[in-house]
Design a protein around this ligand. Structure first.
Ligand code: HEC
Length: 506
């Protein structure tokens, strides 16, 4: 057979299959409409024993009530760090309006760091473009509320291996790499924060479980809200606009915790995320195509429901495996595909009007025209969608019809306060590694910093040298940001983490 004939035959076949697919959707007359108000509710994912979930409505308490009635007041001109140092575990520290130019480290449990807002005036943490982090904590049952945080180079609020946290009602502007960044923790709430101008993710949930991200206003950042290597997360009622990518559920390969699943993204406003991607070149987020509303990469069991997704120029929802993502080194230990993605009713308007050539090319193979709302590349098993006729889609024709229409059965995935994580015991090296270093270093590839494999080659038998470097890092690589000093960790922990970093094998 001549090549032309073969191509002709393939076209006929494809047209036939596409025709069948359209036929199945009911091309003759009005399509079948699946209403989400009645119908079955999704009830998969996490189930709390006895069906107990903490709080409903829009202020969730997972840190539990104050452990003591000690209240310490910090006045303008005094030091917050000094107050933390002198505080008993379980104390409430109230910070009066004023400007505080410092980094606050908390390594005690039960500290409630509460900014006092008086007639609109807040306690402002100002890093003056010089300090790395505003608030770093490694305790459990921590509450951070009502601050204004600006001009830091590293993180606004970072939690490093702590459980039961509440980060609420903070305004975070232009603070470097991550705005709000809980790393390695269970049972946390991030709500009512306003976060903007962040070079990586404005809200970045890393390697955590049972997380609730709600009612936040997130804009002008590279990634709006990122759920990464985490499980049992609800992201709801957020306003996510003018970022390069809006809401992301990811597996970043090369991190020690390898999965992301049971994520519900619902009732968010995901609007005009067309900001130029200003992520550090080579970093994972710099690979996000600007103009993406929701991006699912390799995560499983993700439900997308009730969002208003509009004016995202590349695409409204993009589902990808690791193989098709840019700036990602495949990790043989992470399952690379985005499986069981469930797209329920969403309001999608004016997305995909200036999309990528790659997406256009796939559309051509499916004989589709127009601006894509939803696209999928790479394998995806067990995924489903309802009311697919409403959208211009690519790569989702083989998604089944979902067996449920809403997630009303799941208020959240939060728990009563869970036991504290022990950060000072034998595992301190491992916990510091997971809780701190893995925020910027993966085993296999470049994240914010170089890969652990490269570091292992540099410091093979020299944990002391590594510990010395992290105590006061010097700038080594022109195309990387500076590494923030880890001198807030005690000497024992620095050596333990150095040893651990040199030992890990994945
Ligand atoms: C906020 C991000 C961040 C965190 C957190 C972080 N690093 Fe880094 N790290 C970097 C960056 C960026 C570089 C590259 C710096 C350079 O080349 O100038 C780096 C470089 C390094 C190097 C290479 C030094 C050399 O001689 O080339 C080591 C070792 C290292 N980090 C260890 C650690 C350890 C251990 C931790 C956890 C305690 C850690 N890092 C946490 C960002 C981070």
């Amino acid at each position: 057979m001549k090549v032309g004939k073969i191509i002709g035959l393939v076209f006929v076949l494809v047209a036939f299959i596409v025709g069948m697919a359209i036929g199945r959707g009911g091309s003759a007359g009005a399509p079948v409409i699946t209403a989400s108000s009645g119908g079955a509710s999704f009830s998969g994912g996490f189930r709390v024993e006895g069906g107990k979930v903490v709080g409903s409505g829009n202020a969730k308490s997972v840190a539990g009530p104050p452990m003591t009635d000690i209240v310490i007041v910090v006045e303008d001109g005094q030091s917050i760090q000094e107050a933390v140092k002198n505080a008993e575990p379980g104390s409430t520290i109230q910070v009066m309006p004023g400007t505080y130019k410092e980094t606050v480290y908390i390594d005690k449990d039960g500290i409630r760091l509460i900014g006092i807002i008086q007639q609109g005036k807040r306690a402002v943490l100002d890093g003056e473009g010089k300090l790395n982090d505003a608030i770093l904590y490694s305790g459990n049952n921590i509450v951070v509320e009502n601050f204004m945080i600006t001009r830091y180079k590293g993180n606004g609020i970072m939690s490093q291996a702590g459980n039961n946290w509440e980060i609420r009602n903070n305004i975070i502007i232009d603070t470097g790499v991550y705005g709000i960044f809980p790393q390695l923790g269970q049972n946390g709430v991030i709500e009512h924060n306003v976060v903007s101008g962040i070079e990586d993710a404005a809200i970045y949930v890393g390697m955590s479980d049972n997380v609730h991200v709600a009612y936040n206003d997130v804009f002008d950042s590279v990634a709006g809200i990122e759920i990464e290597n985490s499980r049992h997360a609800v992201v709801e009622n957020n306003y996510v606009h003018n970022n390069a990518g809006g809401i992301l559920a990811f597996i970043t390969p090369g991190l020690p915790i390898k999965t992301t699943f049971d994520v519900i993204i619902r009732n968010n406003f995901i609007v005009g995320n067309n900001h130029k991607n200003f992520g550090a070149p080579g970093s994972t987020v710099s690979g996000i195509p600007a103009g993406t509303g929701i991006l699912i990469m390799a995560a499983d069991d993700v439900i997308i429901e009730g969002n208003i997704i509009s004016d995202n120029k590349t695409i409204g929802i993009l589902i990808t495996d690791h193989g098709h993502a840019s700036n990602v080194t495949v990790d043989p230990e992470s399952e690379p595909n985005a499986d069981r993605i469930m797209i329920l009713n969403n309001t999608m308007i004016n997305n995909g009007y200036d999309t990528l050539d790659e997406i256009k090319a796939i559309m051509l193979t499916e004989f589709k025209a127009g601006a894509p709302d939803i696209g999928r590349v790479g394998p995806s098993e067990g995924s489903c969608i309802i009311n697919r006729h409403r959208y211009v889609t690519v790569g989702v024709d083989d998604f089944s019809e979902c067996e449920f229409t809403n997630t009303a059965d799941i208020a959240n995935y939060l728990l009563e306060p869970v036991p504290a994580m022990d950060i000072h015991g034998e595992d301190r090296g491992k916990i510091a590694y997971l809780g701190i270093c893995a925020g910027c270093h993966t085993y296999t590839g470049r994240m914010v910093g170089p890969s652990v494999q490269i570091i292992q080659a540099l410091y093979m038998d020299n944990p002391e040298g590594l510990a010395a470097y992290i105590t006061s890092p010097v700038k080594k690589r022109d195309d990387y940001p500076e590494m923030p000093p880890q001198n807030y960790l005690d000497e024992k922990t620095r050596l333990a983490v150095a040893k651990y970093m040199l030992e890990v094998t994945r």
